[in-house]
Design a binder for this molecule. Structure first.
Ligand code: UD1
Length: 338
């Protein structure tokens, strides 16, 4: 059986390709290279000794998706990462997000639906919970109205998959990620944000290396221990491994329902200032930062209840925040040739 990883040259996708190949899966990657580079294939090969098959396809092209499944008839497992993910951009250009994130999902499912049986893993996000009332957040927490078109595409995507599951042989796992950070410990692959990073950790490492002058900490008047926002930062390698576990669960027919949902986090919340302190400790660098106003749309805190992932999926995050920050820093130094 061959596994298709869409967006397989992106941050989480590339780490997942590595973990799939490490346990012997045969992988084909689809990527449109809009936010990634072909060099990532070399990084994957350096770690696993094998380059996955690669097809440059824009999943908005329905015919190209059809042609792919004609060429690769043995693909019955799909891990779907390919999507746009910038919250602000989605507010500016909502139709781009609906076309990219929903159109591509529909075309993939249309092809999988033709098969008697298939396995589908979907990249969802803790953003579906909005500001949850109770911490830690369980999978039972209510889904809140999306705060952006990006967030809405994750909610709608989950709904589409549930509807299609009722009338097809597609079994799915929806994985709701908390905040993925870090890089592969070999630093052959890592995060490559285009332009000015929007996420905290790449902004920290780019500030430390001297590309950005100063990190802005968005708000210090939240109702948290030190006033800054709290998130659940999960090492990308742990996250990648969860995809392999979820896929194997579907292949072994161990899933309890046609669509299962799991939160993927560490279960621990850390404030922005705690992340900065941890970074300074592991890197030995003093970080230039200042507290500024809150960023619109940020929730106060979000961290996962991982009981379901631990007990039912049989997966647990093993790496620490320090591990993640140390690898992110090593990766930044490598990318900048320092
Ligand atoms: C964001 C998105 C989320 C999306 C995820 C994808 C929002 C509101 N949420 O998560 O929907 O799934 O990215 O990657 O955009 N921070 C700073 N200074 C910075 C950058 C961030 O203080 O320069 C703070 C933020 O206020 C937040 C924390 O760091 O408290 C993490 O921010 P970020 O990495 O952007 O992730 P989220 O906002 O949690």
């Amino acid at each position: 059986m061959k596994i298709l990883v869409t967006g397989g040259l992106g941050f989480i996708g590339s780490h997942t390709v590595v973990e799939l190949q490490n346990v012997g899966f045969d992988v084909v990657v689809i990527d449109d290279l809009s936010n990634s580079s072909l060099d990532v294939l070399n990084g994957i090969e350096a770690i696993t000794g094998k380059k996955p098959d690669f097809e440059k396809i824009d999943l908005r092209e329905k015919q190209a998706v059809k042609d792919f499944f004609v060429k690769y008839t043995d693909v019955t497992g799909v891990i779907h990462f390919a999507a746009s993910k910038a919250v602000g951009e989605s507010v500016e250009n909502p139709l781009l997000y609906y076309e990219n994130n929903i159109g591509s999902l529909v075309y993939l499912l249309q092809e999988l639906q033709k098969k008697q049986e298939s396995h589908f893993i979907f990249s969802s996000s803790c953003t579906v919970y909005g500001q949850a009332e109770k911490m830690p957040i369980t999978e039972e927490a209510p889904i809140q109205g999306a705060m952006s078109p990006y967030g809405n595409t994750k909610q709608i995507g989950e709904e589409i998959i549930k509807d299609v599951a009722k009338v097809s042989g597609i079994n799915s796992v929806l994985l709701r990620y908390f905040n993925p950070v870090g890089a592969h410990p070999s630093v052959n692959i890592g995060e490559l944000p285009l332009g000015v990073p929007l996420n905290l950790v790449p902004f920290i490492t780019q500030t430390a290396i001297g590309i950005r002058e100063q990190l802005s900490v968005f708000g210090s008047d939240y109702q948290t221990t030190d006033g800054t926002c709290v998130r659940d930062y999960i090492h990308v390698v742990d996250l990648a491994k969860a995809h392999v576990t979820a896929l194997q669960r579907l292949i072994d027919k161990k899933n309890a329902e046609k669509v299962e949902v799991f939160n993927l986090g560490t279960g621990t919340g850390n404030s922005v200032l705690e992340v900065i302190n941890a970074f300074e400790k592991v890197s030995g660098q003093k970080l230039n930062y200042k507290i500024v106003d809150r960023r619109a749309g940020d929730v106060t805190e979000a961290y996962a209840d991982t009981t379901k992932a631990n007990n039912i999926l049989g997966w647990k995050a093993e790496l620490s925040l320090d591990d993640a920050l140390a690898s992110a820093w090593k990766w930044e130094q490598k990318v900048r040739g320092k």
